[in-house]
Unconditional design. Structure first.
Length: 146
């Protein structure tokens, strides 16, 4: 399969998103949350306020390893915002995360989702979310999961 240059791929995604958003019942913001950072300039993204509805949809990408209520490849996420890192009973964390002394605030979760290995070298997680809007939306969703 031939890869498209980023600009062309982003343009195709923008057209697809604009075309399909209405038929999927998505708002412009929710549809934009699924778009890559190349389409949405970082300056236009308000990191302080995420959309938990969009975050719920985006969180589906996390469910390959995480669940809200059960430990899996990664620890369960219910109650993660405000929780001390590496504190979920029954999950075996890396030594790096156990020794990191992090509390999962929206700011630390944003840094973690940007680049887990940069925040905590040696952590098990490598998955990252490059788009600031998507990170804010996922964090807003998680903040509602008490």
């Amino acid at each position: 399969m031939k890869k498209l240059p980023l600009k062309i791929a982003a343009a195709h995604l923008a057209i697809f998103t604009a075309t399909m958003a209405g038929s999927w019942g998505l708002t412009a913001h929710t549809a934009a949350a699924a778009a890559p950072a190349a389409i949405i300039p970082a300056a236009a993204v308000a990191q302080s306020s995420g959309d938990p509805v969009a975050g719920r949809m985006l969180y589906q990408a996390c469910t390959g390893c995480h669940s809200l209520d059960d430990n899996d490849v990664g620890p369960k996420h219910r109650g993660v915002v405000g929780r001390k890192a590496a504190s979920v009973q029954g999950y075996v964390y890396s030594a790096a995360l156990r020794n990191a002394g992090i509390v999962w605030t929206p700011a630390t979760l944003d840094r973690w989702l940007t680049n887990p290995q940069k925040l905590v070298p040696g952590a098990k997680m490598y998955f990252s979310v490059a788009n600031p809007r998507q990170r804010a939306d996922i964090i807003a969703f998680l903040a509602q999961q008490h």
